[in-house]
Design a binder for this molecule. Structure first.
Ligand SMILES: [Zn+2]
Length: 421
């Protein structure tokens, strides 16, 4: 059986999985990103890849390749994450990870932004399967985004494509980690929501302090959603702003792309799922018709995220391998029929003959098709598409206009042929 190693690198943990061609995660393993100390994430990742490859081979699987999703902008051509100050796992910046993995394992390896990998997985195996276009929002600590249009991942001119969490939705908004202002990600996402709650919980006598065991620093975004359900005013205002930001972001997506489906996933997705109607209502205020775009909120559990790397391998190998040959074109024929005086037949007589011909064609089935005919003084030249000459002769005999000559068409020349450079 063929298997793919999918790796998802997060700020706190690196997950690896053995994934089948159908997107089933057979085994999932996790390591603390910095379990071996600061700056050691690359080594931890390589250990995990090695362990997964061994495990797959021990199970007599044929490992096809390794795919890695990284939280950052990735230079896909060079197989390296770009260096940016806001990166959560900085040691990957500038490291030619794909070639390092290939050298270590002998396997083809591909790396991409984590949301891009997730989008490919949802498109191949999950909630966006079969959709002609799809947008993915991975709402975790931060917001990742990805766009698939016409079965192609839109990475953009320099890899920034799909960074939808950094779409500005507020003129007077706060500074964002991307160094822009008022991004959707300054209201929505585990990190900003927890931070906003920690800053204000004591002053606002929020339930959150008690819920976090008395320590405001222990407040998480899950607790914020939970407190909002319990009517805590601070938590409610943070959750409402997050839903408003997501609503605005969905409107941007619908108006800019109008995809068939938007998939919201990631660590915060489970908390957002019960708020779906509220989010759609808010989105509808900005984009009233919502363009018939479907919203799917799916959990961001690890067996789902490791499929991203596997989908990336399938996607990239599919692009680099020669495409399977298309079905050979059905041959076209020119048929000459000798019909004395046909050039002076009245219109009704020609029509009656064509109708009869069409009836016979219908009886013969879809293999044989009439393309066009030309009438001269005493000849009729017809163009047919058919698998062989036999069917054409049968048609001619049944229709009462036997074939004088048949020639298979080898090419076409017309005035545009002469002009082509
Ligand atoms: Zn931003």
């Amino acid at each position: 059986m063929s298997a793919f190693i999918g790796i998802d690198v997060g700020a706190t943990s690196i997950s690896g999985g053995i994934v089948t061609r159908q997107g089933e995660a057979l085994a999932v393993e996790q390591r603390a990103t910095h379990g071996r100390g600061k700056g050691t994430a690359v080594e931890t990742l390589l250990e995990l890849v090695d362990a997964m490859v061994r495990e797959a081979r021990a199970g007599e699987m044929h490992v096809v390749g390794v795919g890695v999703g990284l939280a950052g902008v990735v230079d896909v051509r060079n197989g390296a994450m770009m260096k940016f100050p806001g990166n959560h796992v900085r040691e990957f910046g500038g490291v030619p990870l794909a070639s390092i993995i290939t050298k270590a394992t002998g396997l083809p390896a591909f790396i991409d932004n984590d949301a891009n990998a997730l989008a490919l997985a949802e498109h191949m195996f999950g909630a966006a399967r079969g959709a002609s276009s799809a947008v993915l929002l991975a709402v975790g600590a931060e917001i990742g985004g990805a766009i698939i249009a016409g079965n192609t991942l839109l990475r953009g001119h320099s890899g920034f494509g799909g960074e939808l969490g950094h779409v500005p939705i507020d003129f007077r908004g706060r500074r964002c980690i991307c160094e822009g202002y008022g991004c959707a990600g300054t209201y929505l996402g585990g990190r900003v929501m927890a931070q906003a709650a920690r800053r204000r919980a004591v002053r606002m006598r929020s339930k959150l302090v008690a819920m976090a065991g008395g320590d405001p620093r222990a407040i998480t975004s899950e607790l914020v959603f939970e407190a909002a359900r319990l009517d805590d005013p601070l938590a409610k205002s943070i959750v409402e702003q997050a839903c408003e930001a997501l609503g605005a972001l969905l409107a941007v997506i619908v108006k800019g792309i109008n995809p068939e489906v938007v998939v919201v996933t990631g660590g915060v997705a489970a908390s957002l799922a019960p708020l779906r109607d509220d989010i759609l209502r808010r989105a509808g205020r900005y984009a009233p018709a919502l363009g018939q775009t479907r919203l799917e909120i799916v959990s961001g559990d690890k067996s789902r995220t490791v499929r991203g790397g596997a989908a990336l391998v399938l996607y990239e190998l599919g692009r680099t391998m020669p495409q399977p040959q298309k079905e050979p074109m059905m041959p076209k024929y020119v048929i000459e029929r000798e019909i004395p005086g046909v050039g002076s037949w009245p219109q009704e007589k020609l029509q009656a003959a064509s109708r009869k011909s069409n009836e016979i064609l219908r009886k013969l089935g879809p293999d044989i098709q009439w393309v066009e005919s030309y009438v001269t003084t005493d000849r009729l030249f017809c163009v047919y598409i058919a698998p062989s000459e036999d069917l054409i002769r049968t048609h001619g005999a049944k229709g009462g206009f036997p074939v004088t000559r048949i020639a298979r068409i080898a090419g076409k020349i017309d005035p545009s042929t002469a002009e082509k450079s």
